[in-house]
Design a protein around this ligand. Structure first.
Ligand code: PLP
Length: 631
């Protein structure tokens, strides 16, 4: 576990079990030992052929655990409830889930259902998000907020107003000053009085990658002058009572509670000022930013780590708001947060397979090595002699210098036509041999993975975000090699070569040593943002998805939904191609060439298969999910 820091980032949901497999504690700290689920058993159930009792889903695979989602939501609410009681806070917490983190229907529906007892609501940032939030919230608590953020046109505002007439507690948050005119005019036209919030541009600035939304130069929110202008305009049209919520967002992954306390205190002062100016303020919405600890250090020292947990986060918010409001004699507002990452990251695990790995070059000396080395130019032979001499002395640094010099010189001479391929190969072999003999070079292997980084881990490529990645089995055996992961795309950026512990390679098992074939890896904590941001580079589409709930009986689970990933036809359609017409034209060609039906069938089959590699299933019979272990 310490090799992959599982105890650090995984607790309380993930750990390595006695079989050496990754296991899931679906109810977090409240999970009983017999409720723990072996991830390999879930993967076997999902991917084994139907004839063997499995679901026959192709990899890559996203496994979602709604129980984990419920635990996150309940833990967040419990943390606020505790902080409210402990600090004598005289109002309550009711959060919203920002659907942009993952708009998957079942995630949003689950959160609305699990959140109903807590009046938990949704946040939308665009028209389609608003439509989905409106329809989901018809099944939620009537008090739950629907917070409308993002750029808004008249249609967006009209939709938000209409939602109030069907019993949804919608708040239109002004992100830009101009939106106020649209809200006033549209509310008159539709005949619905709005509940208005405003997003303040705070001076408190978060310095990490995600902090670019904060500070005076942030993209969103109203400056102090704009806030005053909104108040005065609302007062002129006798709608100041509509202004009820103050929102701010200082950026995702807030690294420490000191920064959070700063931001919340500044916002609480603005809240109190708005009350003084006559607005009917009721709610303070502290935005997103509740972070998670990807590297397991809990240090708060980088974008990968936060130095607090849910309890400290909630206590900081409650104490900061209480302090300011008490000072100003203002009633304690309802507390709202828009925590996305912290709610959905843990509940979803991406599983993919490594299907081949580079092997270290043979250590045998190429025939005629000395013959070719002797034919090098004088200066190259001098490098060669110096290289050998420093190797004999065990001086790796000097060896490296001469090896690089020799390789560079020979490459130049090759370009000038002075050397043949055999000479270059002899020099490469010599340098590799010397490096290995001296014990300095443990070669890093390249593991090929059946995955597209651009589809499934886009933040790694786009913003350098790291996620815990590790094998999900054989963890009782010490990995023998170090590797980097190369994806299926024809793109040199499609490579995972940075890991949460700061290393540039990952300890992995030799593929040849894996009994039963397949070598499965998991990417953890990726439930937020990755799916919505993922693209179709090289036309690799989304993975298969299963939802897995813990069920009665020892280590039992139920697969409540199983959906194969996008087919070639699906991804082609997304780029305006028409698979049916494409197939017809190919089929006509086959007929013109008088070829048989089997060729047409092969093409038709390809359209409906997934774009990922298909190879014989590696899952062996042993360890199969028995009836008592999965259903
Ligand atoms: N609210 C707003 C306005 C945001 O921009 C974001 C994301 O950046 C969130 C909420 C969600 O933030 P997080 O995922 O850090 O909770």
């Amino acid at each position: 576990a310490s090799l992959y820091k599982v105890d650090g980032w995984g607790a309380p949901y993930f750990y390595i079990n006695s079989a050496g497999n990754m296991s899931v504690r679906p109810h977090g700290a409240a999970t009983l030992p017999h409720q723990e689920l072996d991830l390999m058993k879930v993967v076997k159930k999902a991917t084994e052929p139907k004839s063997a009792g499995g679901l026959g889903l192709p990899l890559p695979l996203i496994v979602r655990f709604p129980d984990v989602l419920r635990d996150r939501l309940e833990s967040l609410n419990a943390a606020f409830e505790f902080a409210i009681q402990a600090n004598g806070y005289r109002s309550h917490y009711q959060g919203v889930y920002p659907v942009k983190c993952n708009q998957d229907r079942y995630i949003v529906e689950d959160l609305v259902e699990f959140g109903a007892p807590f009046r938990f609501g949704l946040e939308a940032g665009s028209k389609p998000e608003l439509l989905l939030a409106m329809s989901c919230l018809t099944k939620g608590s009537p008090d739950a907020f629907l917070v409308c953020n993002g750029y808004k046109d008249e249609e967006y505002v009209a939709l938000a107003l209409i939602s109030r007439t069907i019993g949804i507690n919608t708040v239109i948050v002004l992100e830009q000053e101009e939106e106020l005119d649209t809200v006033i005019e549209t509310s008159r036209r539709v005949g619905v009085k709005p509940v208005i919030g405003l997003r303040a541009k705070l001076r408190t600035k978060h310095s990490g990658h995600f902090g670019s939304t904060s500070g005076e130069k942030g993209k969103f929110g109203l400056t102090t002058a704009q806030i005053l202008s909104v108040v005065s305009k609302l007062s002129q049209v006798e709608m100041l009572d509509c202004l009820q919520l103050l929102h701010f967002h200082i950026g995702s992954q807030i690294p420490n509670t000191a920064l959070l306390a700063d931001g919340v205190s500044e916002a609480a002062q603005i809240y109190c000022e708005l009350t003084r100016l006559g607005a009917s303020m009721r709610v303070i919405d502290v935005g997103g930013g509740l972070g998670i600890d990807y590297d397991g250090t809990h240090s708060g020292g980088s974008d990968l780590s936060v130095g607090y947990g849910l309890d400290e986060y909630a206590a900081t918010v409650v104490q900061a708001v209480r302090y300011v409001c008490d000072q100003k004699g203002v009633n304690h507002p309802v507390l709202c947060s828009e925590s996305g990452r912290a709610l959905v990251s843990h509940h979803s695990v991406l599983i993919f397979e490594a299907f081949s790995a580079s092997q270290p070059a043979s250590l045998e000396l190429r025939q005629n090595l000395v013959y070719y080395l002797d034919q090098l130019t004088d200066d190259s032979r001098a490098d060669y002699r110096n290289l050998m001499a420093s190797a004999v002395q065990g001086d790796y640094d000097t060896c490296n210098v001469y090896a690089e010099q020799l390789k560079k010189r020979c490459a130049e001479q090759f370009k000038d036509g002075m050397l043949g391929l055999e000479h270059l190969a002899a020099v490469d072999d010599l340098c590799e041999l010397v490096a290995r003999e001296i014990g300095a070079a443990k070669p890093v292997r390249e593991y090929h993975i059946n995955l597209s980084l651009f589809t499934s881990i886009p933040d790694f490529w786009a913003i350098g975000q790291l996620f815990p990645i590790l094998p999900i089995h054989h963890l009782d055996q010490r990995p023998g090699v170090d590797g980097v992961l190369l994806d299926l795309t024809c793109d040199s950026d499609g490579k995972v070569d940075r890991f949460i512990d700061g290393r540039s390679s990952l300890p992995l098992h030799e593929l040849g040593s894996i009994e039963g074939g397949g070598y499965y890896l998991g990417m953890f904590l990726g439930g937020a943002y990755q799916e919505a941001l993922g693209g179709l580079h090289n036309l690799f589409g989304g993975p298969s998805v299963v939802r897995v709930s813990q069920s009665d009986g020892p280590h039992c689970f139920t697969v409540t939904r199983a959906v194969p990933g996008a087919s070639c036809a699906d991804v082609l359609r997304a780029m305006q191609h028409e698979p049916e017409l494409m197939f017809d034209s190919l089929k006509r060609r086959i007929e013109e060439y008088s070829l048989g039906d089997t060729k047409a069938c092969a093409i038709s089959h390809a359209f409906y298969s997934m774009p990922y590699l298909v190879y014989g299933t590696h899952l062996s019979g042993d360890g199969m999910v028995s009836d008592s272990e999965g259903s």
